[in-house]
Design a protein around this ligand. Sequence first.
Ligand SMILES: [Zn+2]
Ligand SMILES: [Zn+2]
Length: 177
Amino acid sequence: MDEIAMISFGYFEKQLLDAVTMRTEQAFSARISWKEGFLDLGDYYDPSRRQYDGNRILKVIDERFGVSKGKTIGLLSIDLFIPILTFIYGQAFLNGRSCIASNYRLSNERYGLLPDETLMHNRFIKEIIHELGHTYGLIHCSHPDCVMRSSTYVEDIDQKGEDFCPNCKSNLIHFPE
Ligand SMILES: [Zn+2]
Ligand SMILES: [Zn+2]
């Protein structure tokens, strides 16, 4: 069975962690392990953008925390960017070992709307499964419900499901035994 190491950089409430564990386990038929990670995130802060460099954080998490047999995801609560985009929800090495996801832009409050914790959790779970999907070799998909659809806005995340379409499901490249 595949192993997915989840490393939290920052505080996430237990209810969220439990939901993430259960639904990621289902999506990939994988065993999930948790660890707290420590990184001086200030090293990756870009003062001119007032955001954090997603590519550099992904690289350092892969180097320092990447597990040898399986996939690794770093969970963050900071505003991430890559040079060509205003912001990103997450980043992954395609068919690689590691990915990251941040819930920074996933809460309703961020957009002046009433808090909805369940909605925020669902968005985060979809983004986590999406980024892990990239590490399992999946590219973006145009199927309307598929979790591998790319999302520019949180509304896009809300419109897609948290499962893979049949095509993506069959293309998941599992870690060799
Ligand atoms: Zn993607
Ligand atoms: Zn798909």
